[in-house]
Design a protein. Structure first.
Length: 125
């Protein structure tokens, strides 16, 4: 029997500059997203205390989501409450790849995320 190697294209990888370190160190989980606008991969999310749902963390929120906790790992289309999504709970992420809510900056959320083993690193040209 003769075996011959062949190559096929399984897909195309398009780098989005979100992951800033060794991807083997990433930790992720599934969470439930609160209703609202579409969210892009790299969005910094907080958790609403009353429901446990996640949404874009904004500094002026008063429902618990003002505290950044996780990084969204996939694009989420606009939809009703209950959307399931993959989020990163640990890893290194490039500051320019993050979608940061109103009132926050990469510097203002860095310490809170660092306590959760999420590290924001500067983009390298």
């Amino acid at each position: 029997m003769t075996y011959q190697a062949s190559f096929t294209t399984e897909g195309t990888y398009i780098a989005d500059s979100l992951i800033g370190g060794n991807s083997a160190l990433l930790v992720s989980k599934q969470v439930t997203i609160h209703d609202g606008p579409a969210l892009a991969r790299g969005s910094v999310l907080g958790q609403i205390t009353a429901t446990g749902f996640y949404c874009l963390s904004e500094q002026t929120a008063t429902d618990g989501s003002e505290n950044p906790l996780v990084i969204l790992g996939e694009d989420i289309p606009e939809s009703a409450t209950g959307r399931s999504a993959l989020v990163y709970t640990r890893g290194d992420f490039v500051d320019l790849g993050l979608v940061i809510g109103t009132g926050h900056t990469a510097d203002s959320i860095a310490d809170q995320l660092r306590m959760r083993q999420i590290f924001i690193v500067p983009a390298v040209a």
